[in-house]
Design a protein around this ligand. Sequence first.
Ligand SMILES: C[S@@+](CC[C@H](N)C(=O)[O-])C[C@H]1O[C@@H](n2cnc3c(N)ncnc32)[C@H](O)[C@@H]1O
Length: 629
Amino acid sequence: MSLYHETAAIVTGPSTHGGSLKSRIFGNKDLKSPPAQVYALAFESSKWSAILKEVVENSQLLQQERKLTPALSVLLVHDLLLAKKGIALPASHGLRVAVEKHKARIQAEFTRARIRRKCSTVEALKAAVDAQLGPPHPRWIRVNTLKSTVDEQLDTTFKGFEMVATVEEVMASASTGKRLICLDATIPNLIAASPGIDFTKTEAYKAGAIILQDKASCFPAYLLDPRPEHGDIIDACSAPGNKTTHLAGILHERGFAEGQRILAFEKDKQRAKTLEKMVRTAGSDKVTVIRPGADFLKTDPNAPEFRSVGALLLDPSCSGSGIVGRDDTPEFHLPSPGGSRSPASVNDANPKNLKRKRESPPTQTVLVDDDGKETIVSSEQALQTRLEALASFQLKILLHAFAFPAATRVTYSTCSTHAAENERVVAAALRSDVARQRGWRLLRRDEQPRGLREWPVRGDPAALPPDEDENENGAGAGAGAGYGGSREALAEACVRADREDGRGVMGFFVAGFVRDAKKGGEDDDDDDDDDDEGPYVRDAQGRIVRDENGIPTIKKTGKKAIEVVEEIKGPGVEIRFGEGEPEDGDGPFERDADGRIIRDADGMPTLKGGRRDEEDEEEGDNEWGGFED
Ligand SMILES: C[S@@+](CC[C@H](N)C(=O)[O-])C[C@H]1O[C@@H](n2cnc3c(N)ncnc32)[C@H](O)[C@@H]1O
């Protein structure tokens, strides 16, 4: 089968089978033609197909040449008009002859299509067609400080490039063919280069001195801001290793503390091999301990090996909806076999209309997450179900990280644009027991490293329900219930990147969490729950399940909390549920100045009035942690 027949089968096959165009082509073992050639023809023809459909229909090609199918006609006419070497078939091949016979008419229709779009040259038409794909993205190159410096790279890899001041100038060079670079103003050691330049053949790339990494993907390690005093750093979801090696680069510049390591978890053994290769090439293998096939969620945060873990970077699997070029293949427009003349669809070249087209929900989309799991999203409901499953896993990872006893910094990131995987996961994490007991809070914008403090694209407050603490003006009443402040404050602390806003980045989200090491550590009296989620039974969303009187059930015993309280409370202690705070608002036990329950040497709480709870001791139930959710 020829290149054209194979490509026609791909572009007309169901796009929901086999994932993105790239994976459908490169994963197709039956292809006879080189996959790269099939991909280039499929992609470029799709990009031009709205115009080519018009040309084929208006030239009546399909009526004249009955053996041509609509898909074949678009592919062949594409190469006839736009490929440097024309149709890639021998001159006597039937398909080539069938199209070239009508060359004059086809070219005349192409000229008419161009003029209808008010493009004075073919170059101008090409630029209009490229505009369909949104702003061109620069090549982002992170200089790996373990192996090189920006100055060294400017003198070698980027010799001959012209330095400009802004990324907008770099992006604009897509149409001029100039080779431009600029030093990024947000992330240290990051360079933006003109779109379309292939750096994978350079010596620096092969040696691991430069790493191709989108600017937004550099946010998490920079926000985590790892330092020698943080002890071991966990990268919980590491492969392919962009952020693992970035962490190593930052720590290298600051100087690793004696024995300080990066512990890199990767559940997928196959992906762990890529991680190993990347870590080795980047020269960070001596400071990185890779756990191939290890599930971060199965680690015991209190295990001695994690005693000195001070910071964790969490970049879990997500829907990947922010990734540039993952499934951005333009629609393939087929000409009508009947040859009805196309209306002069000038709107197809109007970038405004094209953008609207891209944004309108596709009839059927395939979500491909980092685990390679594909979900056909044919309805809003199917998308919501997938997002809920991802968000529940992402929240679990975050709460697990909060439980590491010495941890004081955590970053949570996704390459998703969905609030369900982003702001809402952050809000749910802040509402969790483990966050409250250990004192985790968001790293405010004014506390972030300068580059991200100044980065203007922030979280979306509208994506969040009002906080329990928030008054009707939207102002937060302070920490405590809910996520401890206003929606605006939470959103301001979150960092987003928008792939459509002309800053040349992929869609991304990151938030940082910090806590005071003294609160909720191993010795903290309040921190005696069964697991990360506290002592009460919870629903799938992590909310405490209460009965009609507002009474929670204790996980360990299966008893209603009131029954236990009845068991442990002494005479005269009145506890009211469902009306807010019991008694004076602090519960029945004595508390210290910081509000923590006072316990004796055996860990038993002391009831107000001085009585230690005997029955509780008899039951052997010393897990009681008060009334806080
Ligand atoms: C978004 S990717 C990470 C990208 C990576 N941080 C980078 O910048 O190169 C998510 C990765 O997490 C891995 N993963 C998912 N769940 C995991 C778990 N429970 N424990 C460890 N790794 C996990 C997936 O296999 C996938 O390789």
